[in-house]
Design a protein around this ligand. Structure first.
Ligand SMILES: Cc1ncc(COP(=O)(O)O)c(C=O)c1O
Length: 377
């Protein structure tokens, strides 16, 4: 059997292990410590001036805290991109609030600004102004942030950017994760950099980040005994995980280049296959970290997305259909949805190809050979 090629596996640099050993040597084995502070600084420095960061146990936890701090409560409505991973929407449900899903646009596969505006106006006309907008940069591709922010500002609704998949991407030269009132990052094992599991909340508001750190450490009031005036959470990042994260930050620019190389390679190799389309950056305003390389497969050459996925699986190569939109998920069947069929078509035709920054030339060649064989090339 061929060795397995993963969709997106962890890729350590040279400092991670040394940093973890140092955490052990100094006995900072806790959800606080010098690497947590250092990782927050590294992220803030990377993202740009005036940015504040709280390192947390996951991206999902970060999104949950963002909604809590925006005052989202039971019965409130929160707009969310439908084409995403469930973790973008679950924290809305944690708060007992109602997700209102909005479809994607063709260009970026992210939230359609036109449908966002339609959704906002319709919800307002029904007497419920949405409390927040969760926009996602799927697979690293920037959403159309200028139009989305302009609409959100016009209706005075805060934006939470889900940049879980998009660290290292930018829009009009500005790093993703710095547009929203708050933004979240994920360092899960499959992300462009990983802390094994982890996430971060990002904001230009230091007050939000201080409050996030407070809520993430059980909301302990200043007192010698345990005293609480708020419901707290155990959402802080461990110093051991942050030690890994600090090493990963050293190689983040390399990881972006390596993933972008995967994408260009696949695109070049499959350029002569008309049934396969790539999601190009719409113009030079958009810079994607190409976290995952994705393709759309139409039936014009008699080969379907599933044919390719199954052929890859036979060769011990992991691939995955594009994320199934939230409005099609059984758990969210009753949620309002504003759409035009775009994300359904993407889900039907789309496939994520192996995209790890640690892929070898031989592994990339195996993927291409297998896909070309589906087309008898
Ligand atoms: C778009 C998106 N949002 C949120 C998350 C949640 O991040 P985490 O796994 O760190 O909780 C993920 C990844 O898992 C994701 O892909």
């Amino acid at each position: 059997m061929n060795t397995k090629i993963w969709l997106s596996s962890p890729h350590m640099g040279t400092s991670e292990f040394k940093n973890v050993k140092e955490a052990f040597d100094t006995n900072w084995i806790a959800p606080l410590g010098p690497h947590v502070d250092g990782f927050e600084r590294d992220l803030a420095d990377f993202l740009g001036e005036g940015v504040h960061v709280a390192a947390l146990s996951s991206g999902t936890a970060a999104l949950h805290l963002a909604l809590i701090m925006l005052g989202v409560q039971a019965g409130d409505e929160v707009i969310c991109q439908s084409m995403t991973f469930s973790a973008s929407a679950n924290p809305i449900a944690y708060q007992g609030a109602i997700p209102v899903f909005v479809d994607s646009e063709d260009r970026t596969w992210n939230m359609s600004p036109d449908l966002l505006e339609t959704a906002i106006e319709d919800r307002i006309s029904k007497g419920k102004k949405p409390k927040a907008i969760i926009v996602v940069h799927l697979y690293g591709m920037p959403a159309e942030m200028d139009r989305i922010m302009a609409i959100a500002d016009r209706y005075a609704i805060p934006v939470v950017e889900d940049a879980a998949e998009a660290l290292g991407s930018s829009f009009k030269g500005q790093k993703l994760g710095t547009f929203g009132a708050m933004s979240i990052l994920s360092f899960n094992g499959n992300k462009i950099i990983t802390t094994s599991g982890g996430g971060a909340l990002v904001s230009n508001s230091e007050a939000f980040i201080k409050q996030a750190r407070f809520l993430a450490t059980q909301a302990r009031d200043a007192a010698p005994h345990y005293q609480h005036s708020h419901i707290g959470y155990n959402y802080r990042m461990s110093n051991v995980c942050a030690a890994i994260g600090r090493g990963q930050m050293e190689v983040l620019p390399d990881r972006v280049q390596q993933r972008r190389f995967n994408y260009s390679f696949y695109q070049e190799q499959l350029a002569a296959t008309p049934a396969i389309q790539f999601a190009g950056e719409p113009n030079s305003d958009y810079y994607s970290n190409r976290w995952l390389s994705t393709i759309l497969v139409n039936d014009s050459q008699g080969v379907s997305r599933e044919d390719i996925r199954l052929a890859l699986e036979k060769e011990n190569i992991e691939s995955r259909p594009l994320w199934k939109p939230m409005h099609l998920q059984p758990i969210f069947a009753d949620a309002p949805f504003y759409g035009d069929g775009t994300s359904e078509r993407l889900f039907d035709q789309g496939l994520c190809l192996p995209s790890g920054s640690n892929m070898t030339d031989e592994e990339r060649a195996r993927v291409i050979t297998c896909i070309k064989a589906c087309f008898s090339l």
